[in-house]
Write a protein that binds this ligand. Structure first.
Ligand code: GUN
Length: 283
């Protein structure tokens, strides 16, 4: 029987701490940390994420702007908005919700956001800082995973950590953060041979491939810590992760559920980055 890591409770505890820190910040500096979120078009999943980000800002006491732009927005118009927010002293963090409609260039926007306001940590400057272990902002999902491990008192140093997935948003930065925490890190992906065998070596397995219920109990070492970053919909519409919870849970020592594991942590880490950005703006 595994310990179920309660991401909702851990996230709520961190938000309460952030709220307290924000109050102290406001007392000291006389202004609130400000986050601007840009959404282009009407993707329903993105709309839900953006609404949740706005609510989280209210919860911790930030100033928040949501820029809802039509799907017909041009690159020049989007660039102009980013430039304006880069120069706005009330805004400390800027997040452009991805994916963008296909006529817009995501890389151009990532590069255009001032690295000091890049609370996603997607700008190559911040990605480079993560690589060398000197970072202001941690990418939200991997940072959420690290916070879950820390707050569950799970030791990383010297452990076999297997990250399955190599995206720029999750897999690659996750591997770096585990490496900085002194884990022995293996990154697997779609071309990996003997995936199950490598997963069975993991003391800590991070599942981030986006395939519903992919990781079964026979791919897990007895007593492993299993962190499920997946968020998939089954054919019946129900939500599930990358991990087949029913077969993995009896073998794992710790496991995160979906929903209620990594998911609630990501926006909380965005709040943390925004507070960091505000603090750095007065340093
Ligand atoms: N779309 C899905 N996840 C994310 C994220 O972490 N940041 C941004 N900007 N867009 C996303």
């Amino acid at each position: 029987m595994a310990n179920i890591i309660n991401g909702k409770a851990i996230s709520a505890a961190i938000r309460a701490e952030l709220k307290q820190e924000t109050e102290e910040f406001v007392q000291q500096h006389g202004f609130r940390p400000g986050l601007a979120v840009i959404i282009v078009g009407e993707d329903p999943a993105s709309q839900v994420y953006v609404r949740n980000k706005h609510r989280a800002c209210e919860e911790v006491g930030f100033y928040s702007e949501v820029w809802e732009l039509p799907a017909t927005t041009t690159q020049d118009e989007l660039n102009a908005l980013v430039d304006r927010l880069n120069g706005d002293p009330a805004i400390h963090g800027i997040l452009c919700q991805l994916p963008l409609p296909s006529h817009l260039d995501e890389n151009e926007i990532i590069l255009r956001i001032d690295p000091k306001k890049d609370v996603d940590a997607f700008h190559p400057f911040n990605v480079g800082k993560i690589m060398i272990g000197d970072y202001s902002f941690l990418p939200c999902t991997p940072a959420g995973v690290m916070a879950l491990l820390e707050r569950s008192d799970i030791e990383i140093a010297g452990k076999e950590c297997v990250v399955v997935g190599r995206s720029n948003i999750v897999g690659k930065p996750q591997a770096m953060l585990l490496l900085h925490a002194h884990g022995t890190v293996t990154v697997c992906h779609s071309r990996t041979k003997n995936l199950a065998e490598i997963c069975r070596r993991a003391d800590i397995l991070i599942a981030a491939i986006g395939k519903a219920d992919f990781f079964k109990g026979d791919m897990i070492k007895e007593g492993a810590v299993v962190i499920d970053v997946g968020m998939n919909r089954r054919a019946d519409g129900s939500l599930t992760g990358d991990v087949d919870f029913a077969s993995v849970e009896p073998k794992a020592s710790y496991v995160t559920p979906v929903p209620g594991g990594v998911g609630p942590m990501t926006i909380t880490m965005l709040m943390k980055n925004t507070l960091t950005a505000a603090k750095q703006s007065v340093m």
